[in-house]
Design a protein around this ligand. Structure first.
Ligand SMILES: [Zn+2]
Length: 373
């Protein structure tokens, strides 16, 4: 098929023609058969493949879930999608591919929440609007413009940070950004054949993800409309807010979330989040709340041995902030009088990470030199 024929694009096969990964079994499908992936606004009948739901992004970040299938990452890489130039620079700055690394300063940031490898490759097969790069691809294909030559999928070790960011496109809107770290692998897909082959291989190697009861409950609520037949994303953001997302750096930049959860420091949502950060044991009765999102969130929290790294970080920041605004400081903590603005915390963390990366790189080079001798 010719390059101009939209159906020759990997991102546009009929969903019915493509076998879905087993982990996508919680997803509803729209009347055309397209899977309704976890990150899009999904009021029944109004699923919007061209948009990302900030409420859903916050939920995915909190519980460390994949933006396509809504299941946890476990120890799998976290993948982001981009085109030619977008990830090119990253490949040469990450230190993974090049021995001579000039610039380790760049930490790749994305407006999208990461996904599993098999889910990224599946989305590239069936969802023209799965994410903004795909949406662009879809639009260009429909308008008959030339398709970008290379689709790059990049797999990272971890999500290093998530924070609110004032939108450059729309004043006052604000979006969540995802900072990725530890680039391990990439797929460069230059043709439909390559996309198919990569997906077939990932599907063959797919490892089943087994959920415990609390995880299953989260995934089910997130993938199902509310009893009022609405998108459950905002509802789920409430539970996420309480277990720690309230302390996601600069989350108030995201208008839709700020309006609902953070009108003031003493809004009920902020109070519950503060108490849950400082003394989760005092909130044990929340596991039976009538608000299904809060009940599911706090049950999940209470049954974890450890919570995802990002949430740990948010909760630690939350505890510090709670101490600062006058709650009795635990003995020996010597709490400071002044709040630390979010930007300072981010900068401090980024500087720490930069220093660590520099040290790792130095050590690696030293070792490489030693080997050469
Ligand atoms: Zn997935």
């Amino acid at each position: 098929m010719s390059e101009e024929d939209p159906s020759s694009s990997g991102a546009g096969r009929r969903p019915g023609d493509v076998l879905a990964p087993a982990r996508c079994s919680f997803l509803r499908v729209d009347p055309r058969g397209y899977p309704i992936i976890a990150v899009i606004p999904q009021s029944p009948g109004k699923e919007d493949y061209g948009t990302l739901s900030e409420a859903r992004k916050l939920v995915l970040a909190t519980y460390d879930l994949c933006a396509v299938c809504a299941l946890p990452f476990r120890d799998e890489l976290r993948w982001q999608v981009g085109f030619d130039d977008q990830l090119q620079r990253m490949e040469t700055t990450s230190g993974v591919f090049e021995e001579e690394v000039a610039d380790l300063e760049t930490t790749p940031r994305f407006s999208e929440a990461p996904v599993h490898e098999v889910c990224a490759l599946y989305a590239a097969q069936v969802c023209p609007y799965v994410s903004s790069p795909h949406a662009r691809l879809g639009d260009e294909v429909r308008k008959g413009r030339r398709r970008p030559k290379t689709l790059i999928l990049a797999g990272f070790d971890r999500t290093a940070g998530v924070y609110g960011h004032a939108s450059e496109m729309q004043s006052g809107a604000g979006i969540l950004m995802f900072e990725m770290a530890g680039l391990r692998r990439t797929h460069r897909l230059t043709s439909e054949r390559e996309a198919n082959e990569a997906y077939t291989a990932a599907l063959r190697d797919e490892v089943p993800i087994v959920l415990d009861d609390a995880e299953r409950r989260l995934v089910e609520i997130l993938s199902t409309p509310t009893p009022e037949d609405e998108d459950s994303g905002t509802l789920m953001a409430g539970g996420a807010w309480i277990v720690g997302a309230a302390f996601c750096p600069q989350v108030r930049q995201v208008d839709a979330l700020a309006r609902r959860f953070a009108k003031s420091d003493d809004s009920p949502w902020m109070k519950m989040a503060a108490t849950f950060a400082a003394r989760p044991e005092d909130m044990a009765d929340m596991t039976t709340f009538t608000d299904t999102s809060i009940a599911a969130a706090t049950t999940w929290f209470a049954t974890r041995e450890t919570v995802p790294a990002l949430l740990q970080q948010w909760r630690a920041d939350g505890r510090r902030q709670v101490r600062m605004v006058g709650a009795p400081a635990p003995r020996g903590s010597g709490g400071t009088a002044q709040g630390i603005p979010d930007e300072t915390a981010i900068r401090r963390r980024q500087e720490g990470e930069k220093a660590r990366r520099r040290d790792t790189e130095k050590a690696r080079r030293k070792q490489a030199r030693r080997r050469k001798r």
